[in-house]
Design a protein around this ligand. Sequence first.
Ligand code: ACO
Length: 325
Amino acid sequence: MIRTRVIATAASVPEQVITNADLAKIVDTSDEWITQRTGIRERHISAGENTSVLVINVAKQLLERAAVKAEDIDLIIVASVTQDYGTPSLACMIQKEIGAVNAVAFDVVAACSGFMFALSTADKFIKSGAYGNALVIGGETLSKIVDWTDRATCVLFGDGAGGAYVEKSEEAGMEWENIGSAGEKYEILTEGYTNCANAFNDNPASVDPLWYVNMNGREVFKFATKKVTGSLKKLMEEKHLKHEDVKYFIPHQANIRIVEVIAKKLGIPFEKFYMNIDRLGNTSSASIPMALNELNEQGLLERGDKIVLAGFGGGMTWGTMLIVW
Ligand code: ACO
């Protein structure tokens, strides 16, 4: 039976670090408020580099770490809501930059669940036998779509990219998944809206305020705690897992309090959830692969370990996956 295994991971962030104290200089906020409500202390913010710079860095590292040649890459899938262009996709920009001339390249949009949707897509292509490997990357420069005068949202996000090189295998790999969408709730979290203005209507061609991240924080909180808890419960029941069987849970890093609620509801010790939100903020589709890469780089993952990835985000969407390392 064909399986999909993660072979290598990588991440890239802009060098510039913005602390809560830095934010307090531009909006009416404080380190205390941000830390207590979100768990975030600092985040990396682009000094001008666009999302393509970050995802290309990740792709280059993945090739090196997996020791594969660019021309042997079959598939490049990037998850992002902050692409450089409407077209080309970030995946096609990576293809050009690394010379992956034989790859099929495209982007997926599933906000903070994006990496999970991209990984799931790669897994299906590989399991179908159509392709043998993939670069799967989540990358964002959320700083360009945040309203820096809105203290309720601008303190939450950071820029970054992370990814994995995956390939077909006969050994255990991606073992279970549950991805889903609840489009009826899409208005609780939006960004990037553009007006339909053209030569034959009166709509102003200006950037609409809905271009920026808009969210109903409490509704997002409720959605995340309910869906992720339900999805993790389904996984544990269907795979007959106890939390002791799982080495790490890697949740999307949106807010430490969301994860605390999920852990409590499921009776899983909070320490089993890997968190780096204090240093990186919410990086949307990049948060899960960046966390996975940190664990991998620190040598904390051993062959055979069971790891659970759990994303949730705009759309609204969610995605949970069990990986055997
Ligand atoms: N600094 C100081 N005060 C602030 C700030 C800030 N940065 N932001 C909001 N406030 C104030 C508000 O104005 C409000 O003041 P008021 O009581 O005088 O009106 C007060 O703090 C409480 O505001 P709430 O929005 O009710 O604060 P809440 O406790 O709900 O926390 C938060 C807001 C952190 C966004 C919370 O709702 C949350 O965690 N929601 C989950 C959404 C999330 O994490 N989104 C991330 C992106 S989405 C994703 O990744 C899927």
